[in-house]
Design a protein around this ligand. Structure first.
Ligand SMILES: O=C1NC(=O)NC(C(=O)O)N1
Length: 313
């Protein structure tokens, strides 16, 4: 079996696969199922807010083009920070855990992280700066000044391992700008991408949108966002300091996609839409597909090709 592991800070991931925050991770049972799967390197919680949230009205999720994509406007439904802290402090874990948080205001983000800092939780944290589906709220990481302000405030008091979840960027100058900001901070990781915000899907039969919130506008995920995810991971890897590790997310459905993310420089990958379709057994499939590709290419370790995507010079 080729060596497929990764290191983020003091955390060793014995497998390269994580669930994308938000998919199959809202309940303690979901998280236990992910934990018990032998191909997951760790588990990621649904992004928590301070208090539990019902989220947006249904229908708020829709599969599009026979599973080639997904559109969602969940609206951060979760059981609140304490529920996830209780779970994460209820037992010892044999693989790293990532507690995702998403405040719907500057103050809520700070309070969430203050509570984590003051708690006994010693795992990893991920600050979700990219939820596109809270009505009336922007995707924070598209506002560079606010992102800088939040991270400056966070690192005055937060001393535990932390990373950020980013939205996709589509302009090379934006990659330069966000990387310049992130490189100022002792971040453990960046997770890119979150869904492609505010897409729209239409049912021709009914001449209607397919999800209720925001007149049908929602985040796009699944296979169709793979080129955007790959570009963001590659562009950020080239610009971020080596101490900031990379979780590649977006459109993974096969071992080939995982291999492509690793070539772009991902240390780990996470799977959302396709996990929702196939359930956790997808991780066993992806791991065996990736291993077969590595064997066929004569690689014994991911380190031999991670980040080594070739250009056509
Ligand atoms: O960060 C998020 N990304 C999404 O695509 N959806 C969820 C949500 O709506 O809760 N949050």
């Amino acid at each position: 079996q080729p060596q497929m592991t990764a290191q983020i800070g003091n955390f060793t991931f014995k497998h390269l696969f994580l669930n994308a925050s938000g998919v199959y991770c809202r309940t303690k049972q979901n998280l236990d199922d992910l934990l018990d799967n032998q191909a997951t390197g760790g588990i990621v919680t649904k992004s928590a807010t301070l208090r539990s949230r019902k989220g947006n009205p249904n229908p708020r999720y829709h599969s599009i083009l026979n599973g080639a994509g997904s559109i969602n406007s969940m609206g951060l439904p979760n059981y609140g920070l304490q529920y996830y802290l209780d779970y994460l402090l209820s037992k010892s874990f044999d693989k790293p855990t990532i507690l995702s948080v998403a405040g719907t205001s500057f103050d809520e983000n700070i309070e969430l992280l203050k509570q984590i800092q003051d708690s006994d939780y010693q795992g990893m944290t991920e600050l979700n700066l990219s939820c596109p589906n809270v009505v009336g709220k922007p995707q924070i990481a598209y506002d560079f000044e606010t992102t800088n302000k939040i991270l400056t405030e966070v690192f005055k008091f937060f001393k535990k391992p932390i990373g950020v979840k980013l939205p996709p960027y589509f302009d090379l100058n934006h990659f330069d700008q966000i990387a310049k900001i992130l490189n100022q901070f002792p971040l453990d990781h960046v997770n890119s991408i979150n869904s492609v915000g505010n897409g729209l899907w239409i049912d021709i039969e009914t001449e209607s949108v397919v999800i209720k919130p925001k007149k049908g506008f929602g985040g796009i995920g699944g296979k169709m966002v793979l080129p955007t995810g790959l570009a963001n991971v590659r562009a950020l890897r080239e610009r971020l300091k080596p101490s900031i590790k990379m979780i590649g997310t977006g459109g993974i459905t096969s071992g080939k996609d995982v291999f492509a993310y690793l070539l772009c420089g991902a240390d780990l990958v996470s799977v959302g839409t396709q996990l929702g379709i196939e359930s956790p057994k997808i991780f066993n499939r992806l791991e065996s597909e990736l291993a077969a590709i590595m064997v066929e290419k004569g690689y014994t370790s991911v380190n031999e090709f991670r980040g080594k995507l070739k250009s056509l010079e």
